[in-house]
Ligand binder design. Structure first.
Ligand code: NAP
Length: 244
C-alpha cells in the first residue's frame, strides 16, 4: 500500500466520521475505530477506508486494534464525550468514571500503542480532539472539564517528551459542534440535546474535520500546537448569542 495510514478513533459518528472522510480525500488510507461496528462499516465504505472494532476503555481491544494497523502516520484521538451536567455536590461517580476512561485513559492507551509506529513512519502526527472544556470550566461541567483538562495535559506533555523525534502534536479545541454529543450527554433526551443549539449556527463535524486535515497536511516542519475553533455566535463555553 502506497498511501500513508491515518487512524481515527470514534469514527462511527460526528467529528470522527467526518475526519475519516476528509483524510481519505486528502490521500490517506484511513483505519476507523469505534464500538458500533455496523455504523463504523457504513462510514468506512462511504469513505473507502477500513473499519476495525475498537473500545478505547478496554486494553485488550486497543491492543487487538493496534495489531491491525501495520504502519501509522497520523493518529486522531477523537473518541470521547460527556455524560451528565450535574453540579459537583450531586456528581454521579459512574459518569465521571466513564468520562475519564473514554477521554483520558482511552487517549493514553491508543496513543501509547501506536507511538512506536508513528515515530517509525518518519513523519508522525498525533491530533487530539479535546474541547474548549479543556481550557474553561462551567457550572455542571466539572466531570467533563476535568477529563478534558486531563486529556489536554496528557497530549501537551507528549509534545515535550518527543521533542527531536519525527512526530508532530496538534490539539483541537472545538466549541459547540452539532453531533450526537449532546444526545450522549443527556442520555438520549432529544429535546434537551437540540436545545443546546437553539438560536445559533453551531459548527458542523465537517468544519472540525476540515481544520484537522489542514493541520495534518502542513509541511512536516510545521507544528500547529493548539487550535481553538468556535461558532461565530459563541464567545466562550458559557456565553453565546442566540436569536431565540
Ligand atoms: P459523537 O457524535 O457522540 O461521537 C462520539 C464518537 O466517539 C462515536 O463515534 C463513538 O462511537 C465514539 N466512542 C465513544 N466511546 C467510545 C469508546 N469507548 N471506544 C471507541 N469509540 C468510542 O460526538 P462528537 O461531537 O463527534 O465527539 C467527538 C469528540 O469531540 C469527543 O472527544 C468530544 O468530547 C469532542 N468535542 C465535541 C464537541 C461538540 O460540541 N460536539 C465539542 C468539543 C469537543 P461508538 O459509540 O460507536 O463507540
Amino acid at each position: 500500500m502506497n498511501k500513508p495510514i491515518a487512524v481515527v478513533t470514534g469514527a462511527s459518528a460526528g467529528i470522527g466520521a467526518a475526519t475519516a472522510g476528509h483524510l481519505a480525500a486528502a490521500g490517506f488510507h484511513v483505519v476507523l475505530g469505534a464500538r458500533r461496528l455496523d455504523r463504523l462499516a457504513e462510514v468506512a465504505t462511504a469513505v473507502g477506508g477500513e473499519a476495525v472494532e475498537l473500545d478505547v476503555t478496554d486494553p485488550a481491544s486497543v491492543d487487538a486494534f493496534a495489531d491491525r494497523v501495520p504502519e501509522c502516520h497520523v493518529l486522531v484521538n477523537n473518541a470521547g464525550g460527556a455524560r451528565g451536567l450535574d453540579r459537583v455536590d450531586a456528581a454521579d461517580e459512574s459518569q465521571w468514571r466513564w468520562m475519564y476512561e473514554t477521554n483520558v485513559l482511552g487517549t493514553l492507551r491508543v496513543t501509547k500503542a501506536l507511538l512506536p509506529k508513528l515515530v517509525a513512519s518518519g513523519n508522525g502526527h498525533v491530533v487530539t480532539v479535546t474541547s474548549v472544556a479543556a481550557i474553561e470550566v462551567y457550572d455542571g461541567g466539572a466531570g467533563y472539564t476535568a477529563a478534558k483538562h486531563a486529556q489536554s495535559a496528557l497530549h501537551r506533555t507528549l509534545r515535550g517528551e518527543f521533542l527531536g523525534q519525527p512526530i508532530r502534536f496538534t490539539e483541537i479545541l472545538p466549541g459547540m459542534v452539532e453531533t450526537e454529543f449532546s444526545l450522549t450527554r443527556f442520555n438520549g433526551d432529544e429535546s434537551r440535546a437540540t436545545a443546546v443549539y437553539d438560536g445559533l449556527t453551531p459548527l458542523t463535524a465537517d468544519d472540525v474535520a476540515d481544520v484537522i486535515t489542514f493541520a495534518v497536511t502542513r509541511p512536516p516542519h510545521v507544528n500547529l500546537d493548539q487550535i481553538v475553533l468556535k461558532p461565530r455566535a459563541q464567545a466562550s463555553a458559557t456565553r453565546a448569542h442566540r436569536t431565540t
